[in-house]
Design a protein around this ligand. Structure first.
Ligand code: ZN
Length: 171
C-alpha cells in the first residue's frame, strides 16, 4: 500500500494591487530615503511610528506638518526565539529572533523585528540595537510596520538601558 497523500502542490498566479493610505505612502518614501519617521501628536506629544495620521487618544488628525524623524536605533524591550516548523514552503530552517524595539524618539515599540549578529542566548531585554539597512524596500510595504528597507537589527554596542527606561513598553 502506498503512503497517504500529505501535500498537494498547486501553483497559483495572482495579480493584485495593494491600496495604501497617503500617510503610509509618505512613510514608505521616507523609508526608501533611509529615514524612519513618525507623527507627533500636537496635543499629547506622543510620537507614533509608523504614523497613523491621527492620535487615537486625542482624536486629532496628524499630517506631514506633524512629521518627525526618529533614530534608526533603539532598545529591545522583549523578544521571542522562533523555531520554524518545517511545513511545505517554509523557507526558514534555523531558529531566529523577533523583537519589539523602542526606537529613540518614538513613544511606542515596533514589533516583529528580526535581530541578527548575536547568539540567541545573549539576546536580552534592554539591549541597544541599530538598524542594518539595505533590504528590499518593496517587501512588506503595505502601510503597516516597517518596510523591508531594513534587513534586520543588530547590537549597537552601547550599554544596556536600565529597565526603568523601557518597562512601560514590555508586552
Ligand atoms: Zn495625542
Amino acid at each position: 500500500m502506498s503512503e497517504p497523500v500529505r501535500f498537494v502542490s498547486q501553483k497559483v498566479d495572482l495579480d493584485y494591487k495593494v491600496v495604501t493610505s497617503p500617510v503610509a505612502r509618505r512613510f514608505d518614501e521616507q523609508m526608501r530615503a533611509g529615514r524612519i519617521t513618525g507623527h507627533k501628536c500636537p496635543e499629547c506629544g506622543l510620537v507614533y511610528v509608523p504614523p497613523k495620521g491621527f492620535c487615537p487618544i486625542d482624536c486629532v488628525i496628524t499630517d506631514e506638518s506633524n512629521e518627525v524623524e526618529v533614530r534608526d536605533a533603539g532598545t529591545l524591550t522583549s523578544f521571542t526565539v522562533i523555531t520554524p516548523i518545517q511545513y511545505q514552503g517554509q523557507e526558514e530552517k534555523e531558529e531566529y529572533v523577533l523583537a519589539n524595539i523602542l526606537l529613540d524618539g518614538a513613544s511606542g515599540t515596533i514589533g516583529q523585528q528580526r535581530v541578527e549578529g548575536i547568539p540567541h542566548s545573549e539576546v536580552r531585554m534592554g539591549m541597544r540595537v541599530k538598524a542594518v539597512w539595505g533590504g528590499d524596500p518593496n517587501e512588506g510595504s503595505r502601510g503597516w510596520g516597517l518596510t523591508g528597507a531594513i534587513k534586520h537589527w543588530e547590537p549597537s554596542g552601547e550599554p544596556d538601558e536600565p529597565k526603568e527606561k523601557y518597562q512601560e513598553h514590555v508586552l
